[in-house]
Design a protein around this ligand. Structure first.
Ligand SMILES: Cc1ncc(C[n+]2csc(CCOP(=O)(O)OP(=O)(O)O)c2C)c(N)n1
Ligand SMILES: [Mg+2]
Length: 546
């Protein structure tokens, strides 16, 4: 049997259900072997899209992300998506064909190990025909156990080798990531800190973005009277808890920001309290004690305000601290003595700035929030617009929000939506994009149509790289390089096979109701011509930090 086929069969035997990629000669046999073994293969139109889809699929489903690419440009095209996944510690394997030993002068030759290192991914190589299957399975194990993105180089000569392998490969279920128990002394210190706090806030991030950890943190918060918040990537984690103030950081509502900044203790679980989550530190009050719980020793104390770093699993640590507080007989009302006002941005009064054929992005977002079914997955691209869908569109839970922003790249939103949609076909996926990010990632619009995904794609269209306009405009710089002519995105989308509507005022959202009432067999693209006289609130806030 061809080594490429044996590798594909072995991956299927690990329980891989879905893989993404763009097929060239170098990954043709491998991909076909995956398909023959029952794996769903999603053909993207650009490797960057494929990598992001695999990442979003992994984040939304909790399963391993798998992407396969051709050697050379197939891999370099995927790099931005690989960097995003690596920075997000997404368990993902990138199966990259590579030039063989005789390919020293091949056009496709690259230093793949150096590329992996450059973007923070781990690297493995199928060394020989005999070891190839185990080499790939080792990469898969590392991806899951170390929570890493692993690039596996598959040289053509190795892939083309023959090995014995007539029978079905034995099932090899993936190991679960280990649960790192915290040191009892550190648990006691964290219990002391919380026991002494009158206004504690617990902030959960990516490392706590799963139901077991969320339940443990919520229970600890109840015991010590803490408010709950999340970083943006973990939005929705504590939905339904009346003491959840939603996202901490630039996206936070005024009421949430005020409460977090007035905390006397902030404890981060699986969250580094970076400049976005803390508004460049302004949400950490001057007297607040700051602690952090993380499985990654490297991540501890990333924010210099952290004085207590606990190495441990978020859920296990929260449970250990809650148990200790309970054994000490400690239960406090703490920050819960006073009922919270609404934490929803949509309840914050504003003056509508729409008119002259442009809709206020807040009015647009509220209108969509009202119309779209609650069981939805929201995927957001990057740009000035991104706070509106992130904070005005409610999500059912943290799996309902997919935020691929660790690398701060524009153009990932549409592919993010595809990966998330495939992971949760039971929910309507909403891709929220800027016009710049949409046009950058537009190759995957054909993928959305071809897959028949029921998706609403809303483009906050200001005919500009708005983030740059609002960054440099106030200082009087020329803006011609970041402003574009108006484009009829609805016409483009119809050309791809989408249903489409141009929205200039709230009444135009009737097109969304019509689409929702129909068979939803084609995606709907909304080209929303948004008012953009000023930057969004979070962007203005971010500029204050620079
Ligand atoms: C790949 C990449 N290129 C450039 C940038 C710099 N950048 C940040 S926001 C932005 C503009 C995005 O425009 P658009 O998608 O229309 O959203 P808007 O800011 O207008 O709301 C650019 C170019 C980036 N973050 N990523
Ligand atoms: Mg724009």
């Amino acid at each position: 049997m061809l080594v490429a086929e044996a590798v594909g069969r072995a991956l299927a035997a690990c329980g891989v259900e879905c893989a993404f990629g763009v097929v060239g000669s170098g990954n043709f046999h491998l991909t076909n072997a995956l398909v023959a073994a029952g794996v769903r293969f999603v053909a993207a139109r650009h490797e960057g899209g494929a990598a992001v889809m695999a990442d979003a699929y992994a984040r939304t489903s909790g399963r391993l992300g798998v992407v396969t690419v051709h050697q050379g440009p197939g891999l370099t095209n995927a790099l931005t998506g690989i960097a995003e996944a690596a920075k997000s510690r997404t368990p993902m394997v990138v199966l990259a064909a590579d030039t063989g030993a005789a390919g020293a002068r091949s056009n496709f030759r690259l230093d793949q190990a150096a590329l992996a290192a450059a973007v923070g991914a781990a690297h493995e190589r199928a060394a020989t025909a005999e070891s190839a299957v185990e080499d790939v399975l080792r990469a898969v194990r590392r991806a899951v156990v170390e929570r890493r993105t692993v690039l596996v180089s598959l040289p053509l000569d190795v892939q083309g080798g023959q090995i014995d392998g007539a029978g079905e490969p034995a099932a090899r279920p993936l190991p679960a990531p280990p649960v790192l128990a915290p040191d009892p002394g550190a648990v006691a210190s964290l219990a002391d800190l919380l026991q002494g706090a009158r206004r504690p806030v617990l902030v959960a991030g990516r490392g706590a973005r799963e139901p077991r950890a969320a339940a443990a943190i919520a229970e600890l918060a109840r015991r010590c009277g803490a408010l709950l918040a999340t970083s943006a990537v973990a939005k929705g984690l504590f939905n339904g808890d009346p003491w959840y103030v939603d996202v901490s950081g630039g996206f936070a509502s005024p009421a949430a920001a005020e409460r977090i900044a007035a905390a006397d203790a902030v404890v981060a679980f699986g969250c580094t309290l970076n400049m976005w989550t803390t508004r460049h530190g302004r949400l950490l009050g001057p007297g607040a004690a700051v602690a952090q719980v993380d499985v990654d020793a490297d991540a501890l104390h990333a924010n210099p305000r952290v004085t207590l770093g606990v190495l441990g699993d978020a859920g296990a640590t929260a449970t250990a601290v809650a148990d200790l507080l309970s054994a000490r007989g400690h239960a406090a009302e703490g920050y819960r003595a006073e009922a919270l006002p609404s934490m929803r941005w949509r309840d914050v009064a504003y003056e509508d700035e729409g008119g002259d054929g442009r809709i206020d992005p807040r009015t647009l977002s509220i209108g969509l929030d009202d119309l779209l079914p609650a069981q939805r997955t929201v995927a957001v691209d990057s740009g000035n617009f991104m706070g509106y869908p992130s904070m005005y569109l409610a999500v059912p839970d943290s799996a309902g929000f997919c935020f691929t922003q660790a690398f701060q790249s524009i153009g990932l939103g549409l592919s993010t939506a595809v990966g998330a949609a495939l992971a949760r076909p039971d929910r309507l996926t909403v891709a929220a994009l800027g016009d710049g990010g949409f046009l950058m990632g537009i190759s995957e619009l054909e993928t959305v149509v071809r897959l028949g995904l029921p998706m609403v794609i809303v483009v906050y269209d200001d005919a500009a790289y708005g983030a740059e306009v609002h960054h440099f405009g106030p200082d009087g710089h020329p803006l011609d390089t970041v402003v574009f002519p108006d484009v009829d995105l609805a016409a483009i989308a119809r050309g791809y096979g989408c249903a489409a509507a141009t929205v200039r005022e709230p009444a135009d959202l009737a097109a969304v109701s019509d689409w929702l009432a129909g068979p939803r067999d084609r995606p709907l693209l909304i080209d929303a011509k948004v008012a953009a006289a000023r930057g969004s609130w979070w962007l203005e806030e971010a500029f204050q930090g620079h």
